[in-house]
Design a protein around this ligand. Structure first.
Ligand SMILES: *[C@@H]1O[C@H](CO)[C@@H](O)[C@H](O)[C@H]1NC(C)=O
Ligand SMILES: *[C@@H]1O[C@H](CO)[C@@H](O)[C@H](O)[C@H]1NC(C)=O
Length: 204
C-alpha cells in the first residue's frame, strides 16, 4: 500500500514536471527577444607557409532586433605541437553586442610543420536577456577550407609557375594585336621619315 502511494506520488510529480516544462517553454518562446548573430571567420590567405604567420579574424554581426549579452566566441583548437599561437587567443568575450553592430577580434598562429590543417567553425554563445544566462543561444561561423601548409620553396614554385603561365598567356594574347601594331608603328615611322625627307627637299 505504502509502495503504491509512493509510486502514485512519483508519477504525479513526473507529470507535474512535464507540464511545468511546457509552460516554461511557452513563456520563454513569447518572452525571448529576437536576437540573431552571424559569425564570419576569415583568413587573409587560404594557403600558408611553414613558420609564417596566419591571422584569423572573426567578426560577429548582430543582425537581429535586440542586443546580445554575455557573448562568448570560441574558435577551433589548433593541432598541438604543429601550430603555435603567437598573438591573441582563439576565443573572446564581450558584454554586449547591440542590434545592428558588430564585434571583431583576431589572433595570429604559426604552423611549425607542413601538411593540411583542418578546422571547424567558430561557435558563439550568448544570452538574449541581460543578466540572465538561463537561455543561452548558439550560432556557428562559416566553415573555412582546409589550410595547406607549404614550405617556402613549394610555395614559391607554385606561385612562380602561376606567374609564368599568366605571362605566356598574356604574350600569346598580344601576338595578334602586337604584330600588326609593330608593323603599323614601323610603317608610320617610314611615312614620317619620308615626309621629313620631303620637307628637307622642299626647303633646299
Ligand atoms: C608574426 O606575428 C608576430 C606576433 O604578432 C609579429 O611580432 C611578427 O612581426 C609577425 N611576423 C610577420 C612576418 O608578419
Ligand atoms: C562594424 O562596426 C564598426 C564600428 O565598431 C563600424 O565602423 C563598421 O561599419 C561595422 N561594420 C559593419 C559591416 O557593420
Amino acid at each position: 500500500m505504502f509502495k503504491k502511494l509512493i509510486l502514485a506520488l512519483v508519477v504525479c510529480l513526473f507529470f507535474a514536471a512535464i507540464v511545468r516544462a511546457q509552460d516554461d517553454d511557452d513563456e520563454e518562446a513569447q518572452a525571448l527577444p529576437a536576437t540573431t548573430l552571424i559569425v564570419y571567420k576569415n583568413l587573409k590567405e587560404y594557403e600558408a607557409i611553414v613558420n609564417n604567420n596566419i591571422t584569423i579574424a572573426i567578426t560577429v554581426y548582430n543582425v537581429g532586433e535586440s542586443a546580445a549579452y554575455n557573448v562568448q566566441i570560441k574558435d577551433n583548437d589548433w593541432p598541438e605541437g604543429s601550430v603555435e599561437t603567437l598573438e591573441g587567443e582563439n576565443k573572446a568575450s564581450v558584454d554586449v553586442i547591440e542590434a545592428g553592430s558588430n564585434f571583431t577580434f583576431s589572433y595570429t598562429i604559426v604552423p611549425r610543420a607542413t601538411g593540411d590543417i583542418l578546422t571547424i567553425p567558430a561557435v558563439v554563445s550568448f544570452s538574449p536577456v541581460q543578466d540572465d544566462d538561463s537561455n543561452r543561444k548558439f550560432s556557428r561561423s562559416n566553415p573555412i577550407p582546409k589550410i595547406p601548409v607549404l614550405t617556402q620553396s613549394e610555395y614559391d614554385k607554385k606561385h612562380d609557375g602561376h606567374v609564368d603561365d599568366v605571362l605566356i598567356f598574356l604574350l600569346l594574347l598580344t601576338l595578334p594585336i602586337g604584330v600588326p601594331a609593330v608593323m603599323y608603328l614601323y610603317a608610320d615611322n617610314q611615312i614620317a621619315a619620308l615626309a621629313a625627307d620631303k620637307k628637307k627637299l622642299k626647303t633646299k
